[in-house]
Design a binder for this molecule. Structure first.
Ligand code: ME8
Length: 496
């Protein structure tokens, strides 16, 4: 049986259109999914939209439309973004799917039956944009939300509560026994210190809201949107493929990829909820940083948003994928800008890699009429020129190891060092000189064969990052007679 690998993105709120931050997480998860498929594993990659709750209901009312209408309109935009990013998701979940809603009711009824739900009165400060209750130490000056800078609302209502406090010990044990279940380490420490600070019970339902999943034991309530949303990771498997249930094959999830804004939900509430329902826990939560524009987190509500559709229009999805993973170390915050994007495109994609590919194919076409002798063309690392072989030894294993740790930028850097090594090899060996001397025909075969093989190795490893251009190049490398190709990354006119 091949191993299975299940990776998810957060499900995005449909209160506005997608922006580059959403694209970022989807791209990262896609790189992992594609890499694991290359390893021959059974992969399931899930993304989708979070459609219930106040953030969506409020945005709809502000626009004078029903929540369902706004949800339908924006879910389409998120759904359309995935393929434009080159994302290979196996399913797109919407939390308004009736199958999801039924599963939420089923799982939470179980949590209720297991004795982890009770009635109580909630009193405290609430941010409707976060759909989150704020503890005293999380409130900014002027009674404001530290993330959205809007004034918090004082809420007092009868709710059903989830007995999070009963999971104090089980969660401490989880953190102690599985030190890499949250990564990077700083995020693990942050989550653990939240747990150690003492868990308090949290509202599970809301009484006065109607835009949500009705509570099966009391239909006057809907579930608090976060419990509905988190369960998407579990519910999707039960209906993504009509007629079959993938839960046994893919649950528990291998990795949830999120940003640090939703750390607590995924690293505290989520495992507690699963334990309460008697379900297995995900293997890992990987928490990446924020893409920053002018030093602040890009966010729909702050209005400082960079449009991923426009970037793809000009440079193509591969370039965007590459830029985001290359320029911002995955796991940390980092600034992005059009200038840095254009610089990387030109110097790395067009020059380092695109030129290497064009040059190599052009030389084989020119000096060898598109065909290398069989020995030189045999595509294995063992037949690489010893001058280069050492630098390529163990590369695929190293890249796999880094991607297993979700160090996506470091893995890309390992590959890129070899792209540069191949360029240096061309300069060192100067095949154009060898071509002038018939006595050195064997040397020329060896050099061209090594270049072809090296190019193939880096191209296969780059495939998860640059799916479209590497497919084009691999098709050209596999042709019975090699011919020059159009530039993989053509010059792009400056933005007007
Ligand atoms: O929080 N930099 O949805 P959301 C990097 N529906 N990543 C960013 C980003 C930025 N500037 N901005 C957004 C929600 N993201 C809930 C999630 S999951 C069960 C429910 C990405 O639309 C990042 O992945 O606000 C972040 O965690 C997510 O979008 C938040 O998306």
């Amino acid at each position: 049986m091949p191993e299975s690998f299940y990776v998810t993105t957060p499900i995005y709120y449909v209160n506005a259109s997608p922006h580059l931050g959403h694209a970022y997480t989807t791209i990262a998860a896609d790189i992992m999914a594609r890499h694991h498929r290359q390893r021959g594993e059974q992969v399931f990659f899930l993304t989708g939209t979070d459609e219930h709750g106040e953030p969506v209901a409020d945005a709809a009312h502000a626009q004078g439309v029903e929540p369902q209408e706004l949800a339908d309109r924006n879910a389409e935009r998120f759904k359309a973004l995935a393929p434009r990013l080159g994302a290979s998701n196996d399913f797109f979940i919407r939390t308004t799917d009736p199958e999801h809603m039924a599963k939420v009711r089923e799982v939470l009824a179980k949590v209720h039956a297991n004795g982890f739900v009770y009635e109580g009165i909630y009193e405290g400060m609430y941010c409707p944009r976060c759909a989150d209750f704020k503890a005293e130490n999380e409130i900014d000056k002027g009674n404001r939300c530290p993330i959205h800078h809007i004034e918090l609302v004082k809420e007092k209502e009868e709710n059903y509560f989830f007995a999070l406090s009963k999971f104090q010990e089980p969660l401490e044990k989880l953190y102690a026994e599985h030190p890499s279940w949250v990564a990077p380490r700083t995020r693990y420490n942050e989550a653990l210190s939240f747990v150690k600070g003492g868990l308090r019970d949290v509202p599970l339902t809301r009484r006065h809201l109607t835009w949500g999943v009705p509570v099966p034991w009391d239909e006057e309530h809907v579930f608090y949107v976060w419990f509905d949303a988190l369960l998407n990771y579990y519910s999707a498997l039960s209906y993504a493929t009509p007629g079959s249930d993938l839960t046994a094959e893919f649950w528990p999830a291998s990795c949830h990829v999120i940003a640090k804004d939703i750390l607590r939900f995924h690293t505290v509430y989520w495992p507690a909820l699963l334990l309460a329902a008697g379900l297995e826990l995900p293997r890992k939560v990987f928490v990446h940083g924020y893409l920053l524009m002018e030093g602040e987190k890009m966010s729909k509500s702050l209005g400082n948003v960079l449009d991923p559709f426009a970037a793809i229009e000009r440079f193509g999805a591969d370039a965007l994928r590459f830029y985001l993973l290359r320029d911002v170390s995955f796991g940390q915050d980092g600034s992005v800008s059009t200038a840095a994007f254009e610089q990387r495109y030109e110097s790395e994609l067009a020059n380092d890699y695109g030129n290497l590919a064009s040059r190599t194919l052009a030389m084989v076409a020119r000096y060898r009429e598109g065909k290398l002798p069989a020995a030189a063309a045999a595509g294995t690392a063992q037949t690489l020129d010893p001058a280069l072989a050492e630098d390529f030894a163990g590369l695929a294993e190293r890249v796999a190891e880094l991607i297993d740790r979700v160090e996506l930028t470091n893995a890309l850097d390992e590959i890129w060092q070899r792209v540069r090594r191949l360029n240096r090899y061309v300069e060192e060996q100067a095949p154009w000189q060898l071509a002038k001397d018939p006595a050195r025909a064997d040397d020329l075969d060896r050099v061209l064969g090594t270049l072809m093989q090296g190019l193939r190795i880096v191209t296969v490893l780059l495939h998860p990052y640059l799916p479209a251009s590497t497919e084009r190049l691999l098709a050209a490398l596999d042709a019975p007679v090699l011919t020059p190709i159009e530039p993989l990354f053509p010059r792009v006119e400056a933005a007007s």
